[in-house]
Structure formats: C-alpha cells, structure tokens
Design a protein around this ligand. Structure first.
Ligand SMILES: O=C(O)CCC(=O)C(=O)O
Ligand SMILES: [Fe+2]
Length: 489
C-alpha cells in the first residue's frame, strides 16, 4: 500500500526510473533487430533482382538454384525466427508495481483535501492551489481519470466536478481521451446523484455524435424510466453529509480560540521533574489546562530523528485501528507505522528516558515507540487513545498495565501544508514542528476516560509527516501523576 505513506511513495520514483531504463533497453534491442532485418531485406532484394533478370536461367543453373532454395529454407527461416524473437527485457519485478488500490487510496486522499480546503476541481486542475503553484496544469485526460476513479469509490459529487472540468478542458488538439467517453462517465455519475435529466441530455448528445455508442444506448432507456419515477415519487432523501463540527476549520488553522482562553496559557521552563532537568530544562508551551495538553519544544534533535527514520523504514506497515482483540485496516487511518524497542538502538532508549523526564511517569508501563508516516491526504479521523472495555473486561489485556493514561507524540518532521493534530471537542489545533512533542492525559485523575481528549490527525496536504508515539499506561503512576492544580501552578 504505497499510498499509506509518503516514504513508500518515494519508491515509486525509483520504480519508474528502472522501468524507463528497461524500456530504453527494449527499444535499443528493437532498433538493432530492425537494422538487421533491413540489411537482410536489401541483400535478398538484390538476389531477387538477379533471379528476375532471367528466371529460367537462374533456376536451372545448379548453383543459383541451390542459392534460391537455400535462401528460402535457411535464410528465411533465420529471418522468421529473428522476427519472432522476443527482444523485450522483462519489465522489472512486476509485483512491486502499485495497484489500483493505490490509485484509489490517493484519489480518496485528494477528495478529503478538497473537502477540508474547499477546493474545486477547476482550481486543483489549474495547478495553483491555495495560492501556490503545486503542479502543472492537468490535461483533460488527467481530469477524466480522477473523475472515473472518484466514481469508482462512490464519491459522485466530486467525480461530477472533475468530469465537468475534463469536458471544459477538452479540445481536439489536446484530447488524450474522447469527448464521448467523458460525456458517458459524467452521465453515469450524474445519474448516481439522481440528476437523471442532465444525464439523459448527455446520453442523447453522445448518441447524436455516435448513434451506435453501446454505453449510451444501454443507459438511455433506464434514464428515461428513472425520470418518470422521479416525477411521480420524487427522490429518496439524500444521506446528510456527516457533521465534523469544527474539525475542518481546525485542520485549516482558521479556528480562533477566545482571547480569554489564550490569556491563561503560558510558555515556561520545566526544571523540577527530574534532577537532569536542572541543567537542561524543558521548554513547555501550555495549550490547554483541562484536559491538560502541553507542547515541549526542541526535545528531540535532527540527528536523533534521522536515526529513528533509518531504523524504522524497513519495518513500516499500513497502520491498523482497534484494540488487542480486533485490529484492522481502515480508511479512517491512512498511514504506515513501525514499532521500535529500547534495545534496538541507544536513540530509542534515550527517547524513552526523555519521555519519562517530560511526563514524570514511569516507562515501566509504556508501550514501545511507534513511528508513523502519513501518505497523500493521510489522516487519522477523530478518535480516543484509550479504550472503553466491555463490562468486567480489562483494557489492553495483552499489555496488562491498565488503560492509556497519557500520550506523548513527537513530531519527527515539519509539514508544509496540513497534518495538524486537532482536538475538536475543545477547539485546539497544533501544527507539526520538527523536534517538538505534545503531551496530554487521556484519563481523568480518577482513572475514568476523558472523552474531551478526542483528537485527530488532519490530512497532510503537502509534505511527509512523521511522528513517534509513546503511549503510557496506568500501572505504577499512582504517586507520579501530579494533580491538576500543581500543573496549573
Ligand atoms: O499524527 C497525529 O497528529 C495524531 C496521531 C494519533 O492520534 C495516533 O496515532 O493515535
Ligand atoms: Fe491518537
């Protein structure tokens, strides 16, 4: 699943490079083959001309008779086998090629970004997005492909806008796709949205251009029936768009917190948690008092980050959702991650120690370090880091150390656009800054779940977002977690 991580997507560039090299090799071999065949043809033509000068004499002379017979048997046989010879170098390692799922994953990521940033197809196709030149102008064929893939993932609303854009951009000089194909695809997407009248109009226009176009002929009848049905019964009510509250505006960074809240938040040095902090105090930025959320600045160096990247890259897999009992791949979390244990590298151990210094909590009850990288439009929809176990059941039974009392998340990269960590219930959004870490408690001081810690990773628009999570569990923290009042002081 290349699409689940920008790091993996980078391999596609290498893959394309090697495929082009194979193609070049193939073309060279072909050129050699064609040159050989030209030479043979010239020789044979010359011989034929000789034979045609006096056919009878030619075939009656034993030498020339032998020559023509031999040419037809041996030479032509050589040519025949040469023509059939497969000069193509095998396209390298086809198993590593991306799949249609990758293309779908990318298009779905694009759809998320369009929704959050309210981008229409016209703007994206122009290449100038959010006032930045992000890519070249898209061709009608590009727009058509995106529209068709969006249709394939049932996102007809956006598919329609892309197919309209394909049609708008279509010219006879720059086709890459036929106008009729676009019209058919648009007609289909419109019909899926209940827009039967416009769908039929397009279908009729296709039939005017190509009276025996199979697809248009097949859809005309059903469309007419649906129009009659709609006139008589109306359309079933549309499924309401899900309400994400302030999630989108937090992701865009244009949600403004009241000045009275901001006025209570400070930046300070943290010196008291451990003796080490006396000589290297932590830079703390308060983000919210209740639930308690802070950002530590400059807590992990570029060098340490490079090491974490290097040692996690080979083990990165598509991230799952769920608890110990049931884990699965989900569209709600599109990233890749890998787990690092303390013994793997001194840097991993150092991060664990630092997490202990920052939080004051014991790492005896912490999970391994999870390194994550997001893909195109990669996100993690609003969720809680704790679990609510069924009555009488233990949270995280495999770990056996209680629920996730706190989360520490290190940012291992900057992100050019997007990728904020947001808390929709309390209206807090934090944009990644390489080297910083967020800390928050997931549970109330009495151990019950604090539902206000609902949080999400916003889709990454541009850049490669890397994070490292350390989830800390409850056991052994009883006398370590400072009470909320201490924190405020
Ligand atoms: O990447 C982020 O900003 C948040 C990630 C997160 O919430 C998680 O992995 O549980
Ligand atoms: Fe989370």
């Amino acid at each position: 699943e290349y699409f689940s991580s920008v790091e993996k997507m980078r391999q596609l560039v290498k893959l394309e490079e090697s495929l082009i090299a194979s193609l070049e090799h193939y073309i060279k071999l072909h050129e050699q083959k064609v040159a050989f065949l030209h030479r043979q043809k010239d020789l044979l033509t010359k011989e034929l001309k000789e034979a045609q000068k006096n056919e009878v004499q030619y075939v009656s002379n034993p030498i020339t008779a032998f020559m023509i017979a031999n040419r037809l048997v041996t030479d032509w046989e050589r040519i025949r086998s040469f023509m059939a010879m497969d000069v193509g170098a095998k396209l390298e390692n086809s198993t590593t090629l991306p799949t249609t799922d990758d293309v779908l994953g990318i298009v779905e990521g694009l759809a998320r970004l369009q929704d959050i940033y309210q981008l229409d197809a016209k703007e994206v196709a122009s290449g100038k997005v959010l006032d930045r030149q992000l890519h070249r102008q898209l061709t009608p064929a590009d727009c058509y492909q995106i529209g068709v893939k969006l249709s394939g993932s049932y996102n007809y609303r956006l598919a329609i806008s892309w197919l309209r854009e394909a049609l708008r951009r279509w010219t006879t000089e720059n086709p890459g796709v036929s106008k009729v194909e676009i019209m058919n695809a648009l007609s289909y997407a419109l019909s899926q949205q209940g827009e039967y009248e416009e769908a039929l109009e397009l279908t009729n226009n296709v039939l005017k251009m190509q009276p025996d176009n199979e697809r248009a002929r097949l859809s005309k009848d059903p469309l007419e029936k649906w129009i009659d049905y709609k006139k008589e019964h109306g359309l079933p009510p549309r499924k309401p768009e899900p309400d994400y509250g302030n999630y989108y505006s937090l992701c865009r960074g244009d949600f403004h917190r009241p000045a009275s809240d901001l006025a209570t938040l400070h930046c300070r040095y943290e010196r008291s948690r451990s003796p080490f902090l006396r000589i290297a105090p932590l830079k703390v930025e308060e983000v919210n008092h209740d639930p308690y959320i802070v950002v530590y600045h400059q807590v992990i160096s570029d060098k340490e980050i490079d090491t974490l990247h290097t040692i996690s890259k080979s083990s990165m897999k598509r991230a799952m959702v769920g608890d110990d009992n049931k884990k699965e791949v989900s569209k709600s979390r599109t990233s890749s991650n890998g787990w690092l244990e303390d013994f793997m590298h001194p840097v991993v151990r150092a991060v664990t120690t630092r997490t202990e210094d920052m939080s004051g909590l014991t790492m005896d009850a912490a999970e391994q370090l999870q390194v994550g990288n997001y893909g195109i439009g990669g996100h993690y929809l609003p969720h809680h880091d704790y679990v609510v176990p069924e009555e009488g059941k233990e949270p995280y039974p495999v770990i056996g150390k209680g629920n996730r009392i706190a989360t520490v998340m290190y940012y291992l990269s900057d992100v050019e656009i997007g990728g904020a960590t947001v808390f929709p219930e309390i209206g807090v959004g934090i944009f990644p800054r390489k080297g910083s870490a967020i800390f928050w408690y997931n549970l109330h001081a009495n151990g019950t779940a604090d539902s206000r810690t609902l949080h999400a990773a916003c889709p990454v628009f541009l850049g490669s977002k890397w994070v490292a999570n350390k989830w800390i569990h409850e056991h052994g923290q009883e006398f370590r977690r400072p009470c909320q009042l201490d924190q405020k002081a």
